[in-house]
Ligand binder design. Structure first.
Ligand code: SR1
Ligand code: MG
Length: 402
């Protein structure tokens, strides 16, 4: 019989205490449950006398954002801890250290990152992160390259992919990103003024065709081990450090899904500047910073991914002239299409983003939503035509000046 039960704070302290080398033998430990995500319990255990701490994260057998009526596999805790270990090997320093896992209790004890802030909150508060583009492009290039058929043994990759079979979490994405926003689904949620915009999403056949093609890639294209939910709420940050957390949606899928997730969340914050900037010139400067970050992420990613390929490519036929260029172009197009899909779902689907939802004045919030939807739809519709990151930037900038 399973030993699983949701932990209380005293149990989280007991588990944290058993991790060697973190806490001093003297000195009390204190704990608070700080989980504000959609799915899990997160205990922060600290020792005030030494300042030491750990995070004890436990999966619940249901989606917290909806309640017990939405059961969800506990195996996602195993997937998350194994993904963190693989990501940590390929991109050292860019994920929290895993100290201990218990698959039966669906828990992972990991490095305390409380010196960092959740990037979504940091961006809302106007934070500037000069190292971010370099760090995230490094993370993306290395984790995606070294878990793909370009960078690892192709038979071992198939075995690894089987251990990352993650059907329930993938189904959440398949429904919430690639289906429900395009029909009148019960899970959708949007402000009243968006009714007409939503109805357009439900009937736009040109859009549906692109979404169907992107959905097909998500369902079938086991290109590399993805983080699977790489939004700015899955990133802890300071001006000089980036830590990517929460890979419970990890599976072998299309690389552009991770790249697009990062770009989408920067663009959602870009749209939200209707409110968060005090005046027009502050808004322009903030948007310019976000656009620069988007550009640096793609160019950094492309440069690093190509360099890894040239230096460590395992596949002879992949060195054929022209193949790398073709591959990179398809990666850009996938990233653009997935970025658009991620933006649309955050406006009309289940689970929105604070950047936009926390805008207090309905009219300003509405304007930000309209900008985000316009960018999202245009990225989806144009994804297969784009040949440069500058075209994505043009789409975002023109939506903001309408
Ligand atoms: C039911 S889970 C809703 C969303 O939260 C996660 O962070 C994923 O983005 C998922 O789609
Ligand atoms: Mg998460």
């Amino acid at each position: 019989m399973s030993n699983y039960h949701p932990l209380n704070e005293a149990e989280a302290i007991r588990i944290a205490k058993s991790i060697a080398g973190i806490f001093s033998a003297e000195g009390e430990l204190v704990c608070s449950e700080i989980g504000d995500g959609n799915l899990n319990l997160v205990f922060h255990v600290t020792q005030p006398s030494t300042g030491a701490g750990v995070i004890v994260k436990q999966a619940l057998p249901y989606a917290k954002v909806v309640g017990e009526s939405w059961p969800l596999t506990l195996d996602r805790a195993r997937i998350e801890s194994e993904a963190l270990r693989i990501e940590g090997r390929h991109a050292p320093g860019l994920v929290p250290e895993v100290y201990y896992t218990d698959h039966e209790l669906a828990l992972t004890v990991m490095e305390d990152l409380s010196s960092h802030v959740i990037m979504r909150r940091g961006l809302i508060e106007g934070g500037v992160y000069p190292k971010f583009a370099d760090d995230i492009s490094e993370f993306l290039a290395r984790t995606l390259f070294f878990t793909s058929d370009l960078g690892m043994n192709q038979q071992e990759k198939k075995t690894l992919a089987a251990s990352f079979s993650n059907p329930e979490l993938c189904k959440i994405t398949e429904d919430l990103i690639f289906d429900h926003p395009y029909t009148d689904a019960d899970t959708n949620s949007f402000d009243d003024h968006l009714k007409e915009e939503a109805a357009l999403l439900w009937s736009d056949q040109e859009l549906h065709l692109e979404v169907a093609l992107l959905r097909e890639k998500f369902l079938t294209h086991a290109q590399a081990l993805l983080h699977g939910d790489l939004h700015t709420g899955s990133i802890f940050i300071t001006p000089d450090s980036t830590k990517i957390i929460d890979p419970e949606f990890a599976y072998f899928g299309p690389m552009g899904f991770d790249i697009g997730a990062v770009l989408a969340n920067l663009l959602l914050n870009f749209a939200s500047q209707e409110h968060w900037s005090d005046n027009d010139s502050a808004r322009q400067a903030r948007r310019a910073y976000l656009i620069e970050t988007v550009r640096d992420i793609w160019t950094g990613f492309e440069r690093k991914f190509r360099a890894l390929w040239d230096a460590h490519g395992v596949d002879r036929i992949a060195r054929t002239a022209g193949y790398q260029d073709d591959y990179m172009q398809r990666l850009l197009q996938d990233s653009v299409g997935f970025a658009g899909s991620k933006m649309v779902r955050r406006i009309v689907g289940l689970a929105h983003v604070a950047d936009i939802d926390k805008i207090p004045e309905p009219a300003v919030r509405g304007q930000a939503q309209v900008i985000a939807l316009a960018i999202g739809k245009s990225l989806i519709k144009n994804n297969r035509k784009l040949t440069s990151i500058e075209q994505l930037i043009d789409i975002a900038e023109s939506a903001a000046v309408r």
